[in-house]
Design a protein around this ligand. Sequence first.
Ligand SMILES: NC(=O)c1ccc[n+]([C@@H]2O[C@H](COP(=O)([O-])OP(=O)(O)OC[C@H]3O[C@@H](n4cnc5c(N)ncnc54)[C@H](OP(=O)(O)O)[C@@H]3O)[C@@H](O)[C@H]2O)c1
Length: 323
Amino acid sequence: MWLMATLPRVPSLLVSVTSVSECRKCSSLKSSIALPEPSNYFSVSLSCISSSLKAKKSKRFGNSLSVSAAMADLATVLVTGAGGRTGQIVYKKLKERSGQYVARGLVRTDESKEKLGGADDLYVGDIRDANSIAPAIQGIDALIILTSAVPKMKTGFDPTQGGRPEFYFDEGAYPEQVDWIGQKIQIDAAKAAGVKQIVLIGSMGGTDPNHPLNSLGNGNILIWKRKAEQYLADSGVPYTIIRAGGLQDKEGGARELLVGKDDELLKTETRTVTRADVAEVCIQALQFEEAKFKAFDLASKPEGAGTPTKDFKALFSQINTRF
Ligand SMILES: NC(=O)c1ccc[n+]([C@@H]2O[C@H](COP(=O)([O-])OP(=O)(O)OC[C@H]3O[C@@H](n4cnc5c(N)ncnc54)[C@H](OP(=O)(O)O)[C@@H]3O)[C@@H](O)[C@H]2O)c1
């Protein structure tokens, strides 16, 4: 038998009933079903179609029934900056874990959407414009913020001549507009939508107002990022603030991760972390209470120098800083 089931915040799916028996409590139908997944099937045991699932035999489509089923607790997660280097890894990982999450991504342009495959779960919007991101935010359970102002290098820099390159931000795309106003708009929208958690990626270095990154393009980027972090911590929404060290484009899952506070890791030799590891920590943070209401620095030991981190609950348990 096939049932047409409406899952919470999940599009209608065809589910296959693998076994049907009688509920001992109320003598009504009890069944076990398998949800079709792109890559695999997983089974959900339903205690009782009539009581637990509040099944409604409302419509028949040939041999299909329409039921309201609250059985698979799939969380809808939006990652913003999904076209960015870390954001696209998070988006991909969420899609791969379709047994746990319904993935959504927010990108800024149609070109970015096409580059990521152009799926319907990719929304195009600008975080500086609340209206443009409203459709992406509506109905989500969690938000992962991976947007950032991106400095551009001025033309004419010749490394063979020595000196340092100069950077600038496009008008309207300074860190104040993107990392402060844009993050604030996302946080406000997510809070209004009733999200259960917001994960925000910041950067190490924020304790030092004179950090060299602040003079880049005259943008004070770490200062504005820090302001957004504080806004999130004060929002009342369960949050996880991850202040990453220098990001590397290397494989994930191969290094021992290190958490710290107050930029202490910056004074050590371990100040970098791979984008893939940051992406994994973002998603793992959704799974453990130990990650909520926490802010921490994140770096890793070099590959081969420690034991690759697998136990994220233990990692988050080491953190005791709320900001
Ligand atoms: N680079 C480092 O070493 C380092 C170190 C520590 C922390 N971090 C932080 O880690 C995070 C991830 O870094 P990353 O290098 O992976 O990011 P990234 O590649 O620079 O991606 C940033 C994303 O933000 C998007 N964005 C910018 N303005 C937007 C707007 N107004 N509306 C919608 N989207 C907008 C960009 O969209 P487009 O693709 O359209 O431009 C881009 O996809 C950032 O917050 C970064 O500051 C970086």
